[in-house]
Design a binder for this molecule. Structure first.
Ligand SMILES: Nc1ncnc2c1ncn2[C@@H]1O[C@H](COP(=O)(O)OP(=O)(O)OP(=O)(O)O)[C@@H](O)[C@H]1O
Ligand SMILES: [Mg+2]
Length: 467
């Protein structure tokens, strides 16, 4: 009711305004041409009524367009008011509709780009934490959730990451520094070391983020650093021991034992053993680094593994005979050929046979089996396919290896019983070499051992195409 009154008032006001020129004309007519005053008033009234009838629909559609654009501005996406095409405001409605479509398209683009940024943030591999001014966590990505858990949003960073150096770096950035770095270690569930970079953002984000913590996992780098340091320490220790023995004997031969022919013979034999040991160690280190250097390129020769095994067994016979051991070969003729590199495979066979004879009990048998693999181990990569994989296994009857040692067996210089291995002339590099040769061939090494009964070392290799 009130709307209509206001609308009528507006119509009358507009009609009055638009009929001012006609009123002026009538007044002039009355003054000059002596037009009857009554007729002039009636005429003016008729003109006003006519004008009001003309502007009424125009004002009504203008009002509808105004409320529609107000609704759009307030965020309600309503459809345009029903305006006839030939109505005077139809052009304005068309222009606003065009604006509305362009604005909707832009909104869709923005939403899409926000979604994409969110996906990118969530899937970045390094953990990221967004912080507000009050040190509270505003958002975290998937990698950060994997490290710190899901329910950390809204918490003070000090509760989640208790490291003093990280908190100091964070506080400095929050009070104005541009960026700071720190390093911290998470002890559980497995020890991990991270480098964290705290960076102040250029301007405050809509979600109140003012700083970002970007974490980078240094665990692997640290582990490799540690392994390298251990390796250098082990290698020099292994070389220094025989070298010290040699120097000791040389001193003795130059001094007290100078004229003792019998002692000289004995010492020279020991010196020969020690020098051979050093030479073996250097050779092993060299072949290890050579294999490692080529590990990225899979060898592709067709190699007769059966023949390599036969000659490996023949070379091992003197040692086996000395321990009254029997090496029995079971070679499936259908599984002789593999894809690989002959010298490396000969070294692999040699190292496994050497261990079996060395660690097998006297008067027992060593069984060497070559077959097409009936199953593939879980660790098999894509290069191994069932039906096209050769399994070469060496089974001994020795003391066996405790479960706790199995994961570390192929580390360089790792020995279950260092004194025993050293006494037997071992350098602790044999299985490390085997492991790297197997890796280069894209194969798998599987160890199965029972304490007191013996061990089986099985190598799975890709069969050559024409098996
Ligand atoms: N068949 C086996 N039975 C029992 N223990 C074994 C067997 N093979 C290897 N080991 C254990 O694993 C350790 C590592 O073997 P690896 O062949 O790498 O070194 P090594 O035999 O001591 O020395 P190298 O092979 O360099 O002469 C050995 O010291 C030994 O303790
Ligand atoms: Mg060995």
């Amino acid at each position: 009711m009130k709307h209509r009154a206001v609308a009528t008032g507006r119509v009358l006001a507009a009609a009055a305004l638009l009929s001012v020129p006609s009123a002026a004309t009538l007044i002039i007519f009355v003054a000059i041409l002596k037009l009857n005053m009554m007729a002039a008033i009636l005429g003016q009234a008729a003109i006003m009524v006519l004008t009001a009838m003309l502007v009424r629909p125009y004002l009504a559609s203008l009002g509808a367009v105004t409320s529609w654009s107000r609704a759009l501005a307030a965020g309600y996406d309503s459809t345009p008011p029903p305006i006839e095409r030939e109505a005077p405001v139809a052009e304005i409605v068309g222009a606003i509709s065009q604006l509305r479509r362009a604005w909707q398209a832009r909104q869709r683009e923005l939403a899409e780009s926000a979604r994409w940024n969110e996906t990118l943030f969530d899937n970045l591999p390094d953990p990221l934490i967004l912080l507000g001014e009050d040190r509270r966590i505003v958002r975290v990505n998937g990698a950060a959730q994997a490290v710190f858990g899901h329910a950390i949003t809204g918490r003070d960073i000090a509760v989640v990451l208790r490291d003093p150096s990280v908190l100091e770096a964070t506080d400095e950035v929050l009070i104005g520094a541009q960026s700071r770095e720190a390093e911290f270690t998470l002890p559980v569930p497995v020890e991990r070391t991270f480098r964290v970079r705290v960076e102040r953002l250029g301007s405050r984000a809509v979600d109140d983020t003012v700083a970002i913590l970007a974490l980078h996992d240094l665990t692997t780098v640290k582990r490799i650093e540690q392994m390298r340091a251990d390796f250098v320490a082990n290698a020099s220790h292994e070389l220094r021991t025989p070298l010290a023995t040699l120097l000791g004997f040389i001193e003795t031969l130059r001094g007290p034992a100078r004229d003792d022919a019998e002692a000289r013979e004995r010492f020279l034999a020991i010196m020969y053993d020690q020098a051979s040991r050093m030479s073996r160690l250097v050779n092993d280190l060299l072949s290890l680094s050579r294999i490692e250097l080529n590990e990225h390129s899979q060898p592709n020769q067709t190699v007769d593994l059966g023949r390599i095994i036969e000659s490996g067994i023949a070379a091992m016979q003197p040692l086996a005979k000395a321990k009254d051991m029997d090496i029995r070969a079971h070679l499936d003729p259908a599984a002789r050929m593999v894809t690989g590199q002959a010298d490396e495979l000969a070294q692999l066979v040699q190292n496994l046979l050497d261990n079996a004879v060395k660690y097998g009990r006297d008067e027992t048998a060593v069984d060497v089996r070559v077959t097409l693999a009936e199953t593939l181990p879980a660790a098999a990569g894509s290069a191994l396919k069932l039906g096209f994989t050769v399994r070469f296994a060496v089974q001994d009857r020795g003391e066996g290896i405790g479960k706790e040692h199995l994961p570390r067996l192929t580390e360089r210089f790792y020995r279950v019983d260092t004194a025993r291995s050293r006494k037997l002339g071992g350098t602790g590099l044999g299985l490390a070499i085997v492991k790297h040769i197997v890796n280069r061939h894209r194969g798998v090494l599987a160890v199965d051992s029972t304490l007191g009964e013996g061990s089986t070392f099985a190598v799975y290799l890709p069969a050559a195409g024409d098996v």
